[in-house]
Design a protein. Structure first.
Length: 292
């Protein structure tokens, strides 16, 4: 097998029991019976790469702090909200962008290479599936590694924007207090007030990460595309997601309507538990490598 056993970072992974051999067998049967597997992943697949999630009991951001992610309307409306967002993002970016795929990402890449995985949809914005080498993948909520202009649509790499930030803020320094799931860090208002944010160099418009912020919606084209991939599939596996966000949950509802078997691999309850064919309460990086 080409999957290397990378050491997981368990700081943000909720406690759980090791995989039960009977459950491993059940998931093995589920995957073996699938010819065109549709996989949906969430934050729980990336926690073992050291990226915290929002909702995990005890270790998620909501459990540990009173911080909440930025809302789309606030980002668009308020220059000071954008300044605060980008200052925090600037400080967090070197660490966030350095995270690497874990064993679970590599297993799913291998399933794609073997022709087992038909399509992968991730709700994550961390680019780890792409870094792992997955190609049949849709980033449902976009990706923090890209930035675009709200006015003209011009796109640049987030790494390129980091250079612009550095040249505009040569003497600006800030100490970060903890990292959030989307690469944000926690800074005080005093720390961010002198931070300079560049405009789009093409038209002077507002630059925004190419991600769906809370309160925004996924484009109709992307939703339709994912529905088409699901229609071509014969089963659905949800890995590392409680499916609390409707943008992902709608595809599970569509799978149920098509009477596709659905397996869930997630620590803790999910919105699908009552209609899934199989529910497993294990770490993705511990259970997925056991499936041949």
């Amino acid at each position: 097998r080409s999957v290397s056993q990378t050491s997981p970072n368990l700081a943000f992974v909720p406690a759980c029991l090791p995989p039960d051999p009977g459950e491993v067998e059940e998931l093995q049967r589920f995957v073996s019976n699938s010819k065109r597997l549709f996989v949906m992943t969430g934050a729980g697949i990336s926690t073992e790469s050291g990226i915290p999630d929002y909702r995990s009991e005890g270790v998620g951001l909501y459990a540990r702090t009173d911080r909440r992610p930025i809302q789309h309307a606030e980002f668009v409306r308020s220059a000071s909200a954008r300044q605060r967002y980008w200052a925090r993002n600037f400080v967090g970016w070197p660490q966030f962008s350095s995270h690497q795929p874990n064993t679970a990402h590599l297993v799913l890449r291998d399933w794609e290479k073997l022709g087992k995985l038909h399509w992968l949809v991730t709700q994550n914005v961390d680019a780890l599936h792409t870094k792992a080498g997955s190609q049949r993948v849709t980033e449902l909520h976009g990706c923090t590694h890209r930035v675009f202009c709200l006015a003209c649509g011009h796109q640049i790499l987030r790494s390129e924007l980091q250079e612009h930030f550095e040249s505009l803020n040569p003497t600006w320094k800030a100490e970060a207090f903890g990292v959030a799931p989307d690469g944000d860090v926690f800074l005080t208002d005093e720390q961010v007030q002198n931070f300079q944010v560049p405009a789009c160099h093409k038209c002077g418009g507002i630059l925004k990460p190419d991600v769906t912020f809370f309160g925004d919606t996924v484009s109709r084209e992307k939703v339709n595309f994912v529905h088409q991939r699901l229609a071509e599939s014969d089963s659905m596996l949800v890995a590392g997601s409680s499916m609390q966000v409707y943008s992902g949950y709608r595809f599970a509802l569509a799978a149920r309507e098509k009477q596709l078997p659905i397996a869930i691999l997630n620590i803790g309850p999910t919105r699908l538990d009552h209609f899934a064919s199989l529910k497993l309460n294990s770490r993705c990086g511990e259970l997925l490598p056991l499936i041949v």
